[in-house]
Ligand binder design. Structure first.
Ligand SMILES: [Cu+2]
Length: 128
């Protein structure tokens, strides 16, 4: 089962936007190495925003001989304002996007990975 904010098959709260409205959306990836996601807001424009960070883990040797994991941040490879169709989301990554609502209507947002959308990873966005 794959969900968005704990909801599956559009059972979560319906997002509401006005045409032309812009909203920041924080996207966070969870899970293991098989949990790669490709979020899409159908019919809307998505762009990257500032302060994009892709956390990564770096293994270091601690003084007592134990291995330790240190969380580091590195800049996300897209500069702020870059239009993207779908940002790739790896586990343990977090970044900020801006969604600009397009035409009025009922739209879906979903993960573009086929078995994820089939498992319910989608929600509803109403514009207008
Ligand atoms: Cu997915």
């Amino acid at each position: 089962m794959h969900g968005i904010n704990g909801y599956i098959y559009c059972n979560g709260p319906t997002l509401q936007m006005d045409p032309g409205e812009k909203r920041r959306v924080l996207i966070m990836g969870f899970g293991s190495e098989v949990d790669m996601h490709s979020p899409v807001f159908a019919g809307q424009s998505i762009s990257t925003q500032g302060a994009l960070l892709a956390p990564s883990f770096r293994a270091v040797d601690a003084a007592d001989g134990l291995r330790a994991l240190i969380l580091t941040d590195r800049p996300y490879p897209f500069p702020p304002g870059t239009s993207i169709y779908s940002p790739g989301v790896m586990p343990a990554t977090t970044f900020v996007t801006e969604v600009e609502a397009g035409s009025a209507g009922a739209w879906d947002y979903y993960c573009n990975i086929l078995d994820h959308i089939n498992a319910g990873m989608k929600g509803r966005l109403v514009v207008g």
